[in-house]
Design a protein around this ligand. Sequence first.
Ligand SMILES: Nc1ncnc2c1ncn2[C@@H]1O[C@H](COP(=O)(O)OP(=O)(O)OP(=O)(O)O)[C@@H](O)[C@H]1O
Length: 573
Amino acid sequence: MTTSSNPGMVHAGSLLRPYWKLVLCGLVLGLIGGASVASLLAVVNSGLYAGSGDVGSLVASFAGLCVLIVIGSVGSDISANVVGQRIIASLRKSLAAKILMAPIDQLESYRAHRLIPVLTKDVDAISDFAFYFPAFLVSGVIVAGCLVYLAVLSWPLFLIVAALIALGSFAHFRARQRGLSGFNLARRYEDDLQKHYRTIAEGAKELRLHRPRRHHVHVDLIQRTIERISDVQISAINLLVTTRALGTVMLFLVIGAALVLRPLLWPDSPSSVSSGFVLVLLFMRGPIDQLIGMLPSLGRAQVAMRRIAELSERFATAEQDLLDEPAQSAGERVGSIELRGVSYAFQAAAGDNPFVLGPIDLRITCGEIIFIVGENGSGKTTLIKLLLGLYVPHEGMVLRDGVPVVSDTRDDYRQLFTTVFSDYYLFDTLLQPGSQAPEIAQRYLDRLELAHKVSVENGAFSTTDLSTGQRKRLALINAWIEGRPVLVFDEWAADQDPAFRHVFYTELLADLKRLGKTIIVISHDDRYFHCADRIVRLRDGRVDEAAAFVNVAIAGRGGVTPAVEGVSEPLCN
Ligand SMILES: Nc1ncnc2c1ncn2[C@@H]1O[C@H](COP(=O)(O)OP(=O)(O)OP(=O)(O)O)[C@@H](O)[C@H]1O
């Protein structure tokens, strides 16, 4: 397999590249250590036949080689350990960065149950291998050194050994290939298992109430997947350990062959050749065992590396500067946002027609309250994601104040918005610069009737253990104090009690409008549609022009009135 067709190898290469000096240094030291071990064996072998006059030089060589072995093996261990740990650290950092920068639609389609095992299991598999890698490296070098010594002792015997080792390696190679496909399959089942684990954790309440479903999840999903993983791993590892045992037996066969064949084929060769061979081959058993014993770990690391490379490839983005140090914001303003001929199509599931949004033309001007309404699945959230610059339109463009938003400016554009999605994530810290933030937050906590439950301590909410509706109010407070010019609420009021829902539509939206905010609300609350300046109704991914209307009642109180509550200037251009 060429490296270009193997993204795992390419990725491993790019991870190693920054540390090539240390890797080289480790290899050289490993070579010194391995060669010294082989030389020590030669010294021991010649010591067996030495006279009393050779003792001094033998002791000196012995001691010198021991020192070299220590320096070589400790040095190569340390450098390989440092490289291994550094690679794991940079892998973890780069994966976190990839996720932070990934195109949102790619992230959504990858799904959390597949993402988390890559971040945990696959990185751990590589970490395990990195931990044992120094021993692997040193063993490899020792085996190579021993082979060189065998060649020095006797070419014909070396060739027999080399032929048998080549045969053994080929058998291992084939076994490893089968083992690898087993590890690949097991890894796919592990993604399924992760999904089932999420089901039992997140669906605990539903499963407690539904015996047949609980049984199905327990037996047909969890137990079956666990059994499959176990079966596949058992056969993959069994195959590898069997070839390992055969490899050991083969080594003894080589020793036997050397002893039997020598007097027949090479009767004149000295007996020190035979004893040297036996000594080296017996010694080689340890490092060879270590090399073979690491093959399952290497196999898993290879599968993991391929997964990580696939993820990295998939999450590649045109917006490479997303993780740059944020510049001090001077208070973003916007006059208008426009979608011009925008359309977006999801990837279709097999045999299904994809949902297509658009083409849509929509212009939102500063200070408007605009409601986006329509049936379930009509495309409201998708439209919002396009408007927020989270999805890149497949056709058409988004314009800020008449200027197209492109990949270089998209992240600046996104900073105009604060959103509370229907599947929002509640951050418990307030990242608002300035010492005013806690006081402002406290004021909003009072306003949203949360002050008796939550306070602001050290820039964080004292608790987020609240009811669903109360947590959404906290999310609104976060949105409020961020001070951005455009606020987007995706069915925010759906979890609120009737009294507070009324407050949201009739008071809070009006307050925010008075602060100069542009407000976009996805809503099914037709009782409050009159609170909008304008309503955009979606039907099957298109704007239903016939249903669009302007709410004159509120238009009367529209326009940007002088700012209150901490906003000193209007946010419109
Ligand atoms: N990640 C996705 N992959 C494939 N199709 C998707 C994805 N997200 C949404 N869709 C499809 O796009 C369509 C519009 O979804 P969207 O969430 O925009 O609807 P919505 O109007 O916000 O619905 P609701 O009122 O139920 O929240 C749906 O039919 C859905 O099947």
